[in-house]
Design a protein around this ligand. Structure first.
Ligand code: NAD
Ligand code: COI
Length: 334
């Protein structure tokens, strides 16, 4: 059996080596390149493919894999919004993801972004760079005075809620599916509009679908409290960047913590040396503000997460090749 992996980084290699040692009957090939129509050919002779990228998986790349007789694709991450399900189904692929590699990694990053905004850390940093060691005017706010609206109470949203409750924040939540524990605590509100109305901080933890693209738009922002903070560690396309910029300009939005951005692939993963060199004007606009914190889709990036992403994705791909049905097969019929 042979598995070929795409986009393998140096920090993943020790976990990959451990997996190979534990699975001596599997030949593993890998490349640092992402899966494209060109790199797809590297998988020749393999039974399955393991991959991770934030850019779209093109039909052309999938067609090459299909011609090589490969039917199994296992992604090392949670979100599969960069696949076109029709392409996968037309070409007969089975897809697995890693639904729970470490919700804590993303949840901790989320609450950290909130804390940095509440305590105005970027502004203090700027003052510090100018040799200014004074207090005013960078007075902060405490978590326990905040109502945080958590949109999506799946694996990550629920850890966010638990951490926030430890800080004494009040939580309201919205999800199309009600989790028993969150229901019992009486945290759900009936609509997004109600969540927007009540929340001092809004944090997104839902998958991206065609139906919720740009869910945070002008209308949604107009329904929010004045001085709201918006946090997004889910998918960039959930927020209409123009609407966010307008909200920040008007002062309606007090700040934003963004681990993901619409069109982030034009900027993330590269070194620009200075914010001025960022080639995307909207992202540059956000990056220049001291009340906006941008991280490069790195909420997931912890040692624990990386190890689990490698182990589960390779285990799943091997299981598929062996004709088994792991419980993390993505339902591509929806
Ligand atoms: P999950 O599937 O466990 O939870 C998602 C929740 O969203 C579910 O409870 C679901 O019912 C709910 N939901 C779906 N559509 C909704 C809608 N339109 N309105 C309200 N609720 C809706 O997923 P998760 O593990 O919590 O991850 C959430 C998202 O976080 C992923 O889909 C992915 O896009 C993103 N993510 C980001 C990073 C990162 O590094 N920034 C890492 C992992 C995941
Ligand atoms: C995910 O797991 O869905 C992420 O967003 C992490 C990223 C490395 C793709």
């Amino acid at each position: 059996m042979k598995i070929f992996a795409y986009g393998i980084r140096e920090d993943e290699e020790p976990s990959l080596k451990k997996w190979e040692e534990a699975n001596p009957n599997v030949e593993v090939g890998f490349t640092k390149y992402t899966l494209t129509a060109d790199s797809a050919r590297l998988a020749e002779g393999s039974d399955g493919v393991v991959t991770l990228q934030t850019s779209p998986y093109t039909r052309e790349a999938l067609e090459v894999l299909n011609k090589l007789g490969i039917k199994y694709i296992s992604i090392r991450n949670v979100g599969f919004d960069n696949f076109n399900f029709k392409d996968l189904n037309d070409l007969g692929f089975t897809l697995t993801n890693v639904p729970v590699y470490s919700p804590n990694a993303i949840a901790e990053h989320t609450v950290l972004l909130m804390g940095r905004l509440l305590r105005r850390v970027p502004e203090f940093d700027e003052k510090f760079d100018n040799g200014d060691f004074t207090w005013a005017p960078t007075i902060g706010k405490e978590y326990r005075e905040q109502t945080v609206g958590v949109v999506g109470t799946g694996h990550i949203g629920r850890v966010v809620i638990k951490i926030l409750q430890g800080f004494g924040a009040k939580v309201v939540a919205y999800d199309v599916y009600h989790n028993d524990d969150i229901e019992k605590q009486g945290l759900y509100v009936d609509s997004l509009e109600e969540l927007y109305k009540q929340s001092d901080i809004i944090t997104l933890h839902v998958p991206l679908f065609d139906s919720n693209k740009y869910m945070i738009n002008d209308k949604a922002i107009s329904q929010m409290k004045d001085d709201v903070y918006i946090i997004n560690c889910a998918r960039g396309e959930l927020i209409d960047t123009d609407a966010l910029i307008k909200g920040l300009d008007s002062g309606k939005v007090a700040g934003a913590g963004l681990d993901v951005l619409d069109n982030e692939n034009s900027v993330f993963g590269k070194v620009w040396s200075s914010v001025d060199n960022i080639p995307n004007e909207k992202i540059k606009n956000l990056a220049k503000r001291t009340n906006v914190i941008i991280t490069p889709h790195s909420a997931f990036y912890t040692e624990t997460a990386i190890h689990n992403m490698i182990t589960t994705s390779f285990d799943s791909n091997k299981a598929l090749i062996e004709g088994l049905k792991p419980n993390n097969i993505v339902d591509t019929t929806k």
